[in-house]
Design a protein around this ligand. Sequence first.
Ligand code: INI
Length: 159
Amino acid sequence: MTEYQGNLRADDRTFGIVVSRFNDLITRRLLEGAHDALLRHGAADEDIEVAWVPGAWEIPVALRRLAKTGRFDALIALGAVIRGATPHFDFVSGQASAGIQTVATETGIPVAMGLLTTDTVEQAVERAGSKAGNKGWEAAVSAVEMADLMERIGNDADR
Ligand code: INI
């Protein structure tokens, strides 16, 4: 039996982050968490690129552009959609989430999901560096693991 597992080693790997400005009180904390996690796992600061977009809706197209450059081993999507703040919450959160996954499956580049979808601002704050941890940090660790896993599995003929 051959088994594959990604290690949490980020040295010599390149990461692209797409982060949305909407609810930037939250998303800046997610970015801080993701950046910190990448550095702590060995990534070099110059191997991390960050693209800011207006809102969660715009995350997938920016991810796709980054993926297509061929510069990245893994990507990270960061955003915050808060139900109380938007009447079209289900639409924005659903389409953004689906679009994020589509970029990963269509390009073969792993995309970690750090898009918060919460009912309240308090829940978002809790997940952006207070009592429920930092989902940006967690997403970045997933990106590190997936980048290593992809290399272990080997070439993707579709890329
Ligand atoms: N974008 C978000 O990232 N979070 C939200 O909570 C949100 N609300 O509340 O609507 C939101 N809307 C903006 C949207 O993502 C687009 O940027 C906008 O529609 C322009 O295309």
